[in-house]
Write a protein that binds this ligand. Structure first.
Ligand code: NA7
Length: 549
């Protein structure tokens, strides 16, 4: 079935809630609201569900959280009937899962595809949101729920001449659905973040030549991906409820045990052995070796040097190895990448690494690109693996206006300010799922999505029961939360890196550490306490009742 056939045939324009985005957040939000008897419409720009997994179809795209951990936990039947095949699921498999969920719970009938929300204005007379789209729709809803994703506004830097390129160019986050054949082509890839690190080995195996333009080397750990055995899957399924409980209470939304010992207290040989074991286990396991690896620069340096040593061992050309070995930020302060044969790829004859740290791309030419020192590279295809306007980009791409017509873009001119990452003062009845100021990208996204969706659904039920027309964050509570988010971030190593967590990848974007580093478990307790105390820090208004519909 194609998306046009799936898209809602419903002609209503008034709903209890408009949900923007049909990724994992929007899908589960719709499921919960339906179950509670609220009317809702999901508006989605793409032709299908899946969000990140709909858009990021570049070769080698996989989740960096293990598949058994990266799945919904709300339905026992769903988890029992779905079987992941690999330790780290590929993008096609995750997209298949998203479609399975949408079909299994009949979500498509309340979804509208190929539609971009362009505006959302709060009407103080009716206490309703007016939501406009690029197709001319005008919806109204009591609630406007932003399920727009943290990494959905893809970004090509404004290089001079981007449009003059005569070959084919692609952004990893907007990959063609039909795939790309690079056979016989001279390909250039700009960027060495997670998307590049996953796609480089596959593009290199196909292209005539691949030139990698690297501004900042990244720490990358081997996935050690493998087929999941039936025993492993059975064991996970049998312990599903307990594992999910542990994940919800954990710092990062994944049920893993961390050694309580300090890396600095261990003897060098013992430490080497512990790191080797973590490295061989694959993925983020290396970080479990000691409790303080992400806490102090000294402890961090022990593991960072271990990883640099691995790069030097794998990459045969010492100069290339040194260029690939990250030294400008502590390990983990930029999103760690999980790879399959990334560093090995630089031993291929058809791969060249170009360090553009102090010699940036100055112009895209009709047949390639030019660097600041005048060097030119002839290319048949360019892959922009240049990332996203993270966390705020998708929200600010819409004209969102709250009380007195105030624009979200103006309110956030110096960086995002939210209460709990869920709500913004002055924007009543608008919720964000995994918004800035919540653990979001520092966690297993599905766990954080479910927590926010459940909190929002409970809040809407509470308001219905108490006949509240609006809920709105207090400015004081919001200020206190923003201060807390900043304070805990300042106690960590995160601010030491120029990361997209800080908006540092976008020239001119205010440098504010956007996700909440306090941990998923502690954050959940805080949100639950707020709700249990009658939505402490929010103003609930019942003076103006909803108009009859
Ligand atoms: P990332 O992680 O933001 O990576 C983008 C890469 O592009 C990164 O290496 C950037 O270098 C590079 N970049 C960005 N702008 C430029 C310019 N102007 N010139 C050269 N290089 C540039 O995006 P991904 O898509 O790889 O991954 C996003 C997340 O998806 C990832 O963290 C996982 O959570 C999944 P920089 O480091 O800024 O120097």
């Amino acid at each position: 079935m194609c998306a046009q056939q799936k898209t809602s045939a419903d002609t209503r324009t008034e709903f209890d809630a408009i949900i923007v985005g049909a990724g994992f957040a929007g899908m589960y939000m719709l499921y919960r609201l339906r179950g509670l008897g609220f009317s809702a419409r999901v508006i989605e720009r793409g032709t299908g569900v899946g969000g990140t997994w709909y858009w990021n179809r570049y070769p080698g795209a996989r989740c960096d959280v293990e598949s058994l951990d990266y799945q919904y936990s709300f339905s026992e039947d769903l988890q029992r009937e779905w079987n992941w095949t690999e330790r780290y699921a590929t993008q096609p498999e995750i997209l298949k899962y998203a479609n399975h969920v949408a079909e299994r719970f009949d979500l498509f009938s309340d979804m509208q595809f190929e539609t971009t929300v362009t505006s959302a204005h709060f009407n103080e007379g009716t206490n309703r949101w007016a939501v406009g789209t690029d197709r001319g729709d005008r919806f109204t809803a009591k609630y406007c729920i932003m399920a727009t994703g943290c990494l959905s506004a893809s970004r090509i830097p404004d290089f001079k001449g981007v449009d003059t390129f005569k070959g084919d160019s692609y952004h990893t986050g907007r990959w063609p659905h039909e795939g790309v054949d690079f056979s016989g082509k001279r390909v250039g890839i700009i960027g060495t973040g997670s998307s590049a690190i996953q796609s480089i080995p596959l593009i290199a195996s196909q292209a005539a030549h691949l030139t990698v333009f690297q501004r900042t080397p990244n720490f990358s750990l081997p996935a050690n991906n493998e087929r999941l055995t039936p025993d492993k899957v059975r064991e996970y399924k049998e312990n599903f409820a307990e594992l999910k409980r542990l994940a919800r209470e954990s710092p990062a939304g994944i049920a893993i045990e961390v050694n309580e010992q300090s890396a600095l207290e261990a003897a060098p040989e013992e430490r080497e052995q512990a790191f080797e074991q973590g490295w061989n286990q694959g993925g983020f396991h290396l970080l479990q070796a000691y409790a303080d690896l992400l806490a102090t620069t000294e402890a961090n340096e022990t593991v960072a040097e271990f990883v640099r040593g691995k790069v030097r061992k794998v990459v045969q050309n010492p100069e290339v190895a040194e260029t690939l070995a990250p030294k400008d930020h502590p390990l983990g302060t930029k999103r760690i990448c999980i790879d399959t044969y990334y560093f090995e790829t630089y031993n291929r004859d058809n791969v060249t690494l170009v360090n553009i740290k102090n010699n940036p791309v100055t112009e895209i030419l009709p047949n390639g690109l030019r660097l600041e020192d005048g060097a030119e590279y002839e290319l048949d295809a360019i892959v922009y693996a240049t990332g996203f306007d993270a966390m705020t980009g998708a929200l600010l791409s819409m004209d969102i206006r709250g009380r007195e017509g105030e624009r979200l873009g103006d309110v956030w001119a110096a960086g995002p300010r939210t209460y709990l990452g869920l709500s913004v003062a002055g924007f009543p009845n608008m919720f964000m799922i995994t918004g800035p100021g919540s653990p979001s990208v520092l966690s297993n996204m599905i766990i954080s999505i479910e927590q926010h969706v459940d909190w929002i659904a409970d809040c809407m039920s509470y308001m219905r029961e108490h006949e509240n027309a609006t809920i709105e964050a207090d400015t004081g509570a919001q200020d206190a939360w923003v201060d807390h988010v900043n304070e805990v971030a300042s106690l960590t190593l995160y601010p030491l890196a120029n990361s997209w967590y800080l908006g540092a990848n976008i020239p001119g974007k205010p440098r504010v550490f956007m996700p909440y580093v306090g941990g998923v478990g502690a954050y959940r307790i805080k949100c639950d306490e707020v709700a249990a105390n009658g939505y402490e820090g929010f103003a609930l208004d019942s003076k103006v009742m909803e108009p009859a519909r």
